[in-house]
Write a protein that binds this ligand. Structure first.
Ligand code: HEM
Length: 365
């Protein structure tokens, strides 16, 4: 049931920053698990089965047909990098390069991941407010894993943020120009390590993809640790318990609430006809609360044994960074929690960042 005092969100994009989108998602999944939203001009898939079908559909691609690189980026250095990212490509190119990305992220042990996150936490926490800390921790952790020298960490993380801002839909011409300068500097860093252009671009991708998603995961973990103090206390002393806690935060809160696909040709999804070029919004957050995926899906339970979540995607584009993200957040939470820093550092939550796919809490500072 909806809280009578809170109006439900107007559409699934507004739901991302709504205080309580879960009853709305349930209503969508139960009444129209796939439908065309005339306001958004997008198909919307909200049940586990339709989302999974879409994520595995060979004719649903990550970019609109005919626009592999956004028009605003074409002919720029930022656009050249964009064209090489596994996140933004399909077909033979994606199949050829995704395995190397997966292999690269699997080489770090849990101890190395935890050490990088703890070092980044110790560096950033004393000099940043809570919201900037959320933004910076994931990038710096990944930069440390990629052996960026200490003196270059801040500049590298700033460049990655500038690149992300410039490739976002609707970015200004100035933002695109700054993103291109950042892309060139970051590509040169990779090439200096002997990487070719595709490898250097996907080295940037590791830092870039970590940003919003892991910031959201950390922000929600902070909130859930405060909501469940007994679980927090148990997890503070046990690395595996904290990992399970963070993994359940990801399933339950879904920091990446949705992702998109585009029909490369006319096709049928859940029995409905989709025309070539039309977009589909896959509401991963709703899929994670589908009874077909989990019993008692609204219940927060770090003991869930199967760990199934659609929040890291599935199929060819499944996130290769899930274990890194969970360890980054778990190690940071243990470090801050051990010093009893949580309560004083993260103030009350005042809302969410104004984004259309990532649900990232904002804290009062
Ligand atoms: C260190 C942190 C992370 C790294 C290095 C990382 C890296 C990546 C990369 C390289 C991809 C593209 C894969 C491909 O297209 O083949 C990807 C996809 C994805 N990531 Fe992550 N990621 C991180 C954290 C997260 C977190 C915390 C979440 C969710 C809470 C997340 C959710 C996703 C999703 C949903 C996709 C698939 C998007 C789609 O299929 O449209 N990632 N990630």
């Amino acid at each position: 049931m909806f809280d009578a005092a809170i109006q439900p969100p107007g559409d699934p994009i507004a739901a991302v920053t709504h205080p309580d989108p879960w009853p709305y998602y349930r209503q969508l999944r139960e009444s129209r698990p796939s439908y065309f939203d005339a306001g958004l001009q997008l198909w919307v898939a909200s049940s586990q089965s339709v989302i999974v079908e879409a994520l595995h559909h060979p004719a649903l691609t990550v970019r609109p047909p005919g626009e592999p690189v956004p028009a605003a980026l074409q002919g720029t250095a930022a656009g050249e990098v964009f064209a090489l990212l596994v996140r933004m490509t399909d077909g033979a190119f994606h199949a050829a390069h995704k395995p190397a990305v997966k292999q690269k992220v699997r080489r770090w042990s849990l101890a190395e991941l935890a050490a990088a996150s703890t070092a980044a936490t110790a560096d950033l926490w004393p000099r940043l407010g809570a919201n900037n800390f959320l933004s910076r921790l994931p990038g710096q952790t990944m930069a440390r894993l990629l052996s960026v020298p200490d003196l270059e960490l801040d500049a590298t993380c700033s460049q990655v943020q500038t690149f992300v801002q410039g490739i976002a839909a609707g970015a200004s011409g100035t933002a695109v120009a700054l993103a291109s300068d950042a892309a060139e500097a970051l590509m040169n860093q990779g090439k200096a390590e002997g990487l070719d252009a595709v490898q250097a671009a996907n080295r940037i991708a590791l830092m870039q993809q970590a940003l919003d998603a892991t910031a959201g995961l950390l922000g929600h973990s902070v909130l859930m640790l405060a909501r469940y103090p007994e679980l927090a206390e148990a997890a503070g002393d046990a690395p595996q318990a904290m990992r399970e806690f963070v993994a359940e935060v990801e399933r339950h809160q879904a920091p990446i609430q949705n992702t998109r696909r585009y029909a490369a040709q006319s096709l049928s999804l859940a029995g409905q006809p989709i025309e070539a070029g039309q977009g589909v919004l896959l509401v991963l957050a709703s899929g994670n609360r589908d009874e077909a995926l989990h019993a008692h899906p609204d219940h927060f339970d770090p003991q869930r044994s199967d760990g199934r979540s659609l929040g890291f995607g599935a199929g060819a584009h499944a996130c290769p960074g899930a274990a890194i993200a969970i360890e980054t957040v778990a190690a940071c939470a243990r470090w801050l929690g051990a010093g009893a820093q949580f309560g004083s550092y993260f103030g009350m939550q005042s809302g969410f960042r104004p984004l259309g796919n990532a649900r990232i809490p904002v804290f009062e500072e």
